[in-house]
Design a protein around this ligand. Structure first.
Ligand code: SF4
Length: 449
């Protein structure tokens, strides 16, 4: 509802479809600049039915919609495809695109905009691919009407000041979500080698990114700027990518993690699912449940070159990569006990690097999240920071047990998170500025109203 207006961090769009990864209703939420561009092109929402006969893309412009042939675009990776759309329709064109994995119906394929922003969860890129839809490009300068302009402007100024004075916003603007890695690692709560361990190297701490980061970037109307521009040609990584393409598969070099991050983003894959699925395959190999006859060669923890090649093989459905491209459904190629080592709920691989055996609130959250094992439905991040009792009571509306390893009051916290994140997603506001996600001082129902 607020996307593209001057409301703080109102940058997001949502994609919903039956998920090819889980088989149930899926959706993915994404920041960047596309959502505002789509509204300025005159469209609040699109319902896409059926399938084009040939590879195509949609152009949204000044309230009109055209279906155009994707000749010359099909097969391109994410950055190249967006650049090509700018060449065709002008530098002011912003687009959401799929890469080769979406075209080849890889169940972990994402829809991407910019170098890194991903509607990543649930294989929404494969849904676009199944419709022969390579991209949605938007351009136009329509004004987004709001009922009370002056009131919204005054609120924006106030909220911007409040947010800038928030300690957590200041830290996010400096190091981004990777700040969570060190905190969780110290607690012994980082998924490591497919959760066989819960502690990994400190070479993946946030300060290591500084060597490869030359700027912090923002989405539309963002006051935080939480996204790194890295000097290896991409953006990120986030905490989830560091955990899942680092500790979870045994890679301790930040440079290698950033390179893998850039690779999955430019191919158009969900970094969370792919890190979980590769970690699963590595443990199956370690335990002898799968062998070289299936994998085509050794699959060892921390083997960067093999992981790099395997990600490309998944994207293009080659060799063993073709099997893993099925995500959790690859279990049908493995012995029955392989499922015992799969970290997933409702057939969706777990997205968060937290080892939820430590955080009981997180464990409940991913167990009940509607789209499967996912932290963005109800993530109780504040569990990590151990806040004073009175602050917790103020957030959740009544006193509650602060012990992240205990079971008491976790239902209250998760239900509270589920409600406020549903509101945030509906408004199109980034969760990072939502009360309860990172800080008790950020936006809540009162501000949303
Ligand atoms: S806080 Fe980060 S993810 Fe959220 S709108 Fe800003 S840059 Fe985008």
């Amino acid at each position: 509802m607020l996307t593209g207006t001057i409301a703080p961090n109102a940058a997001r769009f949502n994609v919903s479809a039956r998920s090819p990864e889980s088989g149930i209703l899926g959706d993915a939420n994404c920041g960047g600049f596309f959502a505002a561009a789509m509204r300025k092109a005159g469209f609040d929402r699109l319902i896409i039915l059926g399938r084009a006969e040939k590879p195509s893309y949609l152009l949204l412009e000044d309230g009109k919609i055209s279906v155009l042939p994707a000749e010359g675009l099909w097969g391109m990776k994410i950055i190249e495809a967006q650049d090509q759309l700018k060449v065709r329709h002008g530098a002011g064109t912003t687009s959401a695109v799929i890469g080769p994995p979406g075209e080849k119906l890889v169940r972990m394929a994402a829809i991407m905009t910019g170098k890194k922003n991903a509607a990543g969860r649930g294989g929404m890129g494969a849904v676009m691919g199944s419709k022969n839809l390579k991209a949605i490009a938007a351009r136009g300068g329509e004004t987004i009407e709001v009922a009370q302009k002056d009131a919204l402007r005054a609120l924006r100024v106030k909220q911007q000041n409040d947010l800038k004075n928030s300690r957590v916003v200041q830290v996010l603007g400096k190091v981004g979500t990777p700040l969570l890695y060190e905190v969780s690692n110290r607690l012994g709560a980082i998924r490591t080698r497919n959760s066989q361990d819960n502690f990994f190297e400190d070479t993946l701490n946030a300060e290591e990114i500084e060597k490869f980061s030359d700027k912090m970037l923002a989405c539309t109307s963002c006051v935080v700027h939480c996204r790194h521009r890295n000097t290896l040609g991409g953006e990120g990584p986030e905490y989830s990518t560091i955990g899942l393409l680092g500790a979870n598969i045994g890679i301790a070099s930040m440079e290698q993690v950033i390179t893998l991050n850039n690779l999955v983003n430019d191919l158009g894959l969900d970094a969370s699912s792919i890190g979980t699925i590769i970690g699963w395959a590595m443990e199956l190999y370690q335990r002898g449940l799968i062998g070289d006859d299936l994998t085509g060669g050794p699959l060892r923890w921390g083997d960067y070159e093999t992981v790099y090649a395997l990600i490309e093989d998944i994207a293009y459905r080659r060799g063993f990569g073709d099997k893993l491209a099925e995500s959790t459904q690859a279990a049908r190629f493995f012995p029955p006990e392989a499922r015992d080592y799969l970290i997933a709920v409702k057939n969706l691989p777990q997205s968060d690097p937290h080892d939820v055996r430590y955080f009981k609130g997180f464990a409940l959250g991913i167990a009940v999240a509607s789209r499967g094992a996912d932290h963005l439905r109800n993530r109780p991040t504040l569990e990590v920071f151990k806040l004073p009792d009175e602050v917790r009571a103020k957030i959740y509306g009544r006193a509650n047990d602060p012990d992240p390893t205990g079971y008491k009051d976790k239902g209250l916290i998760i239900a509270w998170g589920d409600d406020i994140f549903a509101v945030t997603d509906s408004l199109g506001i980034c969760k990072f500025v939502t009360r309860g996600f990172n800080s008790p001082h950020l936006l809540g129902y009162e501000e949303f109203c």
